[in-house]
Ligand binder design. Sequence first.
Ligand SMILES: Nc1ncnc2c1ncn2[C@@H]1O[C@H](COP(=O)(O)OP(=O)(O)O)[C@@H](O)[C@H]1O
Ligand SMILES: [Mg+2]
Length: 278
Amino acid sequence: MFTSSKRRRTVFEDEQSLSTANLSEPIGREQELDQIADAVRPLSRGQEADNLLVHGPAGTGKSTCINHVLDKLDEETRVRTVSINYWKYNTRPSLLTQLLIELDYPAPRKGKPIDELLTALKERVDKGRSVAVALDEFDQLAEQNEVLYDLHELNVQTESCCGMVLASNKAPSDIELEQRTRSRLGYQTLEFDIYGKDDLEEILRNRAVEAFRRNTLGDGVIGRVATAVADEIEVGQGDCRHALEVLHRAGREADKENADKVTVAHVERAMNAARFGE
Ligand SMILES: Nc1ncnc2c1ncn2[C@@H]1O[C@H](COP(=O)(O)OP(=O)(O)O)[C@@H](O)[C@H]1O
Ligand SMILES: [Mg+2]
């Protein structure tokens, strides 16, 4: 069944580059990238960062952009960067433990009391290099005020600076931070707007260059996906992730038929399949 010698045609060059599991290079979003970079840049001079709360609906590229800026900061400066996702570490002790692990603390045991975790963190951060911490899916975290306070204290009580980039799907007004926390942190906000048809087209086109073999994308394929998903986004459904999935599935539909090009009909089929699956 799977070992037939008949060579099957495929439209894909590198299917993996349509995957939404790995964060890829951001396409567009130059202004947002600049603003995130501006917020963390002082760390590279050993000065305090502007804490930043990045917010906007899911799939608008927040994580992609934050990770990209932090990767560059890591590559190009002495600043240490740590990125933690709250879906995985959504309590104060688990987050602080993970932060220690990311800062190369030798194997902290689970279940250490908070004050021991904080002391260990202070020791790590005091080693002289500033740290940029990205807290992704921040709205998922329990004890938000406490964690922000913990990180703020690292800034105050150590020689080094600790800058925070928070990402949230909720608007700042819907995140219930205490007034105390807000004023102490003095964070700035950056909103990621939803993508329109043109934005999606640009992203899909860029990703398609690596994903598909030359001349395998029929006329109007990317436009069709971008239009359909932009319409969904307008009514509060779908996002960029979904657009990439539809294009990916359309390619698979073409492969199923052994076709040499992906067509708009494959896109339609991919979208119908998605609807049934939802
Ligand atoms: N500007 C962009 N350039 C390239 N890919 C993007 C862009 N925006 C979103 N994506 C893709 O869409 C998916 C969702 O983006 P993500 O950054 O996780 O959004 P958010 O964090 O806002 O929910 C990612 O897998 C990424 O591949
Ligand atoms: Mg995200």
